[in-house]
Write a protein that binds this ligand. Sequence first.
Ligand code: AVI
Length: 317
Amino acid sequence: MVEEVLAGLTAKPKYCSPKYLYDQKGSELFETICELPEYYPTRTEEAILARAMPEIAALAGEDATLVEFGSGASRKVRLLLESLSIQRYLGIDISREFLIESTRRLAADYPWLEVHAACADFTRGVALPEVIDPKRLVGFFPGSSIGNFTPEAAEGFLNSLHQLLPPGSGLLVGVDLVKDHQILEAAYNDADGVTAEFNLNLLDHLRRKLGIAFHRERFHHRAFFNAEESRIEMHLDSRTAQVLQLKGKTIRLREGESIHTENSYKYSVSGFQSLAARAGFGSRRVWIDDQGLFSVHYLTSSPGMQLMMEHQSQQRP
Ligand code: AVI
């Protein structure tokens, strides 16, 4: 972690991996973001899933094991558990306490379900615990978390899932769509400042873990749509010139200099389908809400396309 953070904070321009947004507090703040009126992805995706459920159930078939990547509060998966014929669930998340808490709740609420939890950084490659039979898997990657990878890393990640999921397995992915810039920017600059708090919390996380003496009042949150790259960028801008120390190394920030903390890529339906195809997935079905805000894709792992591509981890925002 020290090396990774130091590399980012001494790079030009400065960056920090978005995974450091998600300590316990960050995961809770993200749950609050999901409830905000400006943050349309969560409620839109949930509505799409609810409407598409009979079709999803038919595509997933009987007795599948559901594997959720970045399970967070495991809220959306409840929709699937209630409608699909699922016997076994595996939640994978980087935030340990949050993962334990949410999978415990799932196990209590669905006594018939075999629940497993794996605390892992799935952006560094995925291996399934031995208890999981790899034959009948349905992957679930909701919330447009795929948008937090660069398109190259998204393709690398999907390719690593393709290695994991035997031919014919399903992968249900939520993907946020390109749209009116005002709607996009409002979603990352909410009136209550929760997203700002979520971004600034990264500094508290790094201070606690690495001892960097960040003063959060010396930074402010900035988020905007970069149309050329088709992504929302989130930054922490330094209000003043400042000098920080990490394990004997000096980090200098100029007034106004930013630390780039997150990208959230927005796709067209066909753009995402092409990316998935390059990673070995065929598109079986796609659902979109009436306003064209968000898409949910049911992909299937195609046989004979196990490209030996090296998985690229999500180093940069
Ligand atoms: C988790 N991820 C899909 C969110 C997004 O929209 O990119 C994270 C987020 N960042 C700010 N608000 C929400």
